[in-house]
Design a binder for this molecule. Sequence first.
Ligand code: PMV
Length: 329
Amino acid sequence: MKATAIANANIALVKYWGKRDSELILPMNSSISMTCGGLTTTTTVEFSEKFREDSVTINDEELTKEKDAVTAYLDFIRQKTGIKSKAKMVSSSNFPMAAGLASSASGFAALALAASKAAGLKLDERELSILARRGSGSASRSIPEGFVEWHRGKKEDGLDSFAESIVEANHWPEFRMITTIVTESKKKTSSRAGMSQTVKTSPYYEGWLKTVEADLDTVRAGIRKKDFSSVGLVAEQNCLKMHATMITTKPAIIYWKPATMEIINSVLSWRNEGVECYFTIDAGPNVKVMCLGMNEKEIRKRLEMLDGVKKTIVCKPGEGAHITQDHLF
Ligand code: PMV
């Protein structure tokens, strides 16, 4: 009854922003992401009579208050399987949590796989993606490999709202996502709260929904053809549209810091010089810069010279969530 799973984070090229059902975590729109090789979370779960209560340890820290989200998720697995015993969960990520770096995506994807396996469930990729979605929407996209689309789905029960690979990880090995870390501090507004406030109060949310289908079509086709310019341009525009809806909520949600602007402006001017790169930003201040392998070294060097950049991490399209025998306890 013990299992360990590894899942990568993912970064969206066409963002998920807004739910149509917050209980089942069903999105307003489909989204497309890259599974990021190297930004990993490893999680071990054991269900056993020997535990008197659930315990949750993340990055060497045993959680007390904040363990509720994990415990609720374990309850959900227990409900599905009829397991009554308590669980021990230990998880470790190799990148900062809650700074717009999709830690909830790799976290819940690894938890979904480890907990379902420890509970004796045998799920295929689609079922796992649906299960991960119930932890956090973007986690559904960390189950498959490579470039991934999470289908919005139409059904009320959410059984058609799952993610699958558009292409495998080795389809476009030249694609790079360079994550810049400008701060490791926790953000004030979670994506869950932020998207709900946006759907309710931003006058521009309707415009977001009207244009997202076209972005999905362009990015999906661009990934298949390996057309970097069209994928990069539309991904950057899509991110700006999402942030425009956040900025115009009441009260405003502004995740950007001065360093965020410094990177945005630098990317735009490097591109004008002919060094092709594009940016994308999630619900946090850290910026991810997309480029091709041939420009990786130069762009990374330039990013690391900027005042606000503390660290960069380079990712290629990566593998999907999988089981390992290297347990954390
Ligand atoms: O799955 P959540 O609740 O962490 O929301 C993710 C939202 C964004 O990162 C901003 C966009 C996305 O599609 O990943």
